[in-house]
Each structure stands twice: as C-alpha cells, then as structure tokens.
Design a protein around this ligand. Structure first.
Ligand SMILES: [Zn+2]
Length: 92
C-alpha cells in the first residue's frame, strides 16, 4: 500500500517546501535534513523546530540552569545598555 503524503494546500515551487506547522512555503534549505523522511527533510521548517525545542527546554530544563541563564542574560543586558549609553552620546 502506497504511503499517502499530505498535500500542501498551496502550489509549492521547485526547490521549496511547505511547512505544515507555520503554513508557509520556504526554500528546502530552511528545513533541517532528516534522512528518515521521504524527501530527507524535516516536515517543519527550522524556525518551527526551534520554537518546538524552546518549548521543550522551557518545560524540561532544570530550574537551576534557567536561573543561571537568566543571571547571565541580566549581565549581558547591563553590559549592552552601558555600551549603548556610552556610544549614544549626541554627536551634534
Ligand atoms: Zn514552519
């Protein structure tokens, strides 16, 4: 029995692929390689994959790691803001 593939609801040009997750057509390069799939590409685009993984990490990551990350971000943000203030002096 042939495997039925989901047909994209919009015309997809050669070299592109339809993402069923965000319902957009992207270049095949926007899809990560997956050799187990019929077209050797992930069924959803990289940005959808990233979104999925961030949710996964948000749910599974130990609180300690998240807290450390938040602290690092605060330090980075403070550094950026100081840098911006220094560079943002009026040139007039
Ligand atoms: Zn997508």
């Amino acid at each position: 029995m042939p495997f039925m593939r989901k047909e994209p609801p919009v015309p997809v040009p050669q070299g592109s692929k339809f993402c069923f997750k965000c319902s957009k057509v992207h270049l095949v390069e926007a899809f990560a390689v997956d050799n187990s799939k019929w077209d050797r590409r992930r069924p959803c685009c990289r940005s959808c994959d990233v979104a999925r993984w961030s949710t996964y990490y948000a749910e599974r990551m130990p609180q300690e790691v998240l807290q450390r990350r938040r602290r690092n971000w605060k330090a980075t943000k403070a550094r950026l803001e100081t840098g911006l203030k220094r560079e943002g002096s009026p040139h007039a």
